[in-house]
Every structure is written in structure tokens, then in C-alpha cells.
Design a protein around this ligand. Structure first.
Ligand SMILES: [Zn+2]
Length: 137
């Protein structure tokens, strides 16, 4: 991690309490997603109620970060001023083998059907990691 990355306590404080286990796990190389104890289905993003059955009984469980790209779009204009130095960059929607979908940065030549693995990449602002899709060859 870079020298200007905030200390662990600062990263913890700045993160949304609902998603802290996800980000903390990602920092440790573990992919923890919320799973409902009532219906046993995973979901993403972390939230207080299960989107499938409404239960509040949710726990984080380790799952595979592997999946397939459903769609990919390369942005040539930054949606926010802080990303102007990063365009062009590609965002991919990834369907994980675990049955959840998420969005992640991806190589600019990413295409639907590519097999990828999700990882965390340090950034300066909360949540201090961004999701990146790394192509599996
Ligand atoms: Zn449920």
C-alpha cells in the first residue's frame, strides 16, 4: 500500500458501518459478502435488510471473487472532477459465480464473457479501496 494511505483505524472510521466487513475482508485478501441467515441467499451491496426476503439476519461469509463480465463500458468523460485524470477507463458489470453482481474497474479491452477475479485497489478517498476486475487467463 502507498505511504499516504490512511492508517487502519482511520480507514475503519471513515467507512460505512454496513459495509465495513466487506472492505476489511478485501484488504486481507478475503472476499466476504452478505448472506441472509433466513433465506440463505447472498446479496450485494451490503444493506440492513435482505433484498430477497426482508430479514435483518445477515452475516458476512467468504465466497469466490471469480465471475464473468456481463457488460463493459469505457468512459471518455469523467463523471466527477476528481476522476478527470483517469479517463479513459472501463467499468464492467460482473456476475460472480456466487450469484451476485457488482461493478468494477476493468482493463479497457474488457468484453462480455471475459472471466475475471475481483480484487481491491487502494485509493485515497473512502472507502479507500476500489473494486477492480482482473482478467483470468
Ligand atoms: Zn433473505
Amino acid at each position: 500500500m502507498s505511504a499516504d494511505w490512511p492508517a487502519a483505524e482511520e480507514r475503519l472510521r471513515a467507512r460505512d458501518p454496513l459495509s465495513r466487513p466487506f472492505w476489511a475482508g478485501l484488504e486481507e485478501g478475503r472476499f466476504l459478502v452478505p448472506v441472509c441467515r433466513a433465506c440463505e441467499r447472498p446479496h450485494f451491496y451490503p444493506r440492513p435488510l435482505c433484498p430477497h426476503c426482508g430479514s435483518r439476519e445477515i452475516a458476512f461469509e467468504a465466497t469466490s471473487p471469480d465471475g464473468v463480465v456481463i457488460s463493459a463500458t469505457t468512459l471518455s468523460r469523467a463523471p466527477e472532477p476528481q476522476w478527470e485524470g483517469e479517463v479513459p477507463y472501463t467499468l464492467a458489470v460482473v456476475r460472480l459465480d456466487a450469484g451476485i453482481s457488482l461493478m468494477a474497474r476493468a482493463p479497457n479491452d474488457t468484453k462480455p464473457g471475459d472471466r475475471v477475479r475481483i480484487a481491491g485497489e487502494p485509493i485515497a478517498a473512502p472507502p479507500f479501496l476500489r473494486l477492480v476486475a482482473i482478467r483470468e487467463d
